[in-house]
Design a protein. Structure first.
Length: 218
């Protein structure tokens, strides 16, 4: 199974229905998991912006099925110069070889290189929505990238465990024939295991500490 990487560019895969005051955004979900939510409501609660355009926002992420609220998850985000947009990515760990609809991500980011993206990942099962983890990513064309690289373990078509680490790719120079050469720093190794319907997160290396570096080309 090839590793999963957080999206290289922020992309709203579903367009929200906005209220007149933009205080609420509604995302209609495909509801592939029995008993799962059919919509996500992002409720904008507060916003603070300084003279330089830097600020902080607060919001509630509400997963609903019909008139019932399955989960309300509060989030707080900081931004620099440009406030991010909300988007939803269903089947978050899906690719050409894997399709597991139990994971969904609510992402926030500004659609441009060099801006940080936040990905709030949730797990849907047996009519419940639970928070899985929050991931951060930054991509700046071919110059710099920081993201978590996760490799899932699959049994009977479902993800039962994941393991990965954060990678930071920094451009060093161009080798022969315009091949790009990068220094890669590895940090924050982590594993996830599913036990009795609950995901257990285990940190494998000290937080924020780079434990290995390597040179790679692309």
């Amino acid at each position: 199974m090839s590793p999963f990487k957080t999206p290289r560019a922020f992309k709203v895969e579903q367009q929200a229905e906005r209220s007149e005051r933009d205080s609420v955004e509604v995302f209609v979900l495909e509801k592939k998991v029995p008993g799962g939510p059919d919509k996500l409501i992002v409720r904008h609660l507060r916003k603070q912006v300084d003279k330089k355009g830097n600020g902080k926002i607060g919001a509630d992420l509400c997963f609903c099925r019909g008139k019932d609220t399955l989960l309300t998850y509060p989030v707080e985000l900081e931004f620099s110069e440009n406030e991010g947009y909300w988007g939803v990515i269903e089947n978050y760990f899906g690719d050409d070889k894997l399709s597991d609809p139990h994971f969904i991500a609510v992402s926030n980011g500004y659609d441009a290189c060099g801006y940080p993206q936040a990905h709030f990942v949730f797990y849907i099962d047996t009519g419940k929505v639970t928070f899985f983890d929050r991931f951060e990513s930054v991509f700046d064309a071919d110059v710099y990238a920081s993201y978590i690289n996760l490799e899932p373990k699959v049994a009977s078509g479902r993800i039962v465990a994941l393991a990965g680490r954060y990678e930071e790719h920094e451009l060093l120079d161009e080798a022969a024939d315009t091949v790009l050469r990068y220094q890669v720093a590895f940090r924050d190794s982590v594993s996830y295991s599913l036990k009795n319907g609950t995901w257990i997160r285990k940190r494998l290396t000290p937080e924020g500490k780079v434990y290995r570096k390597a040179i790679t080309t692309e």
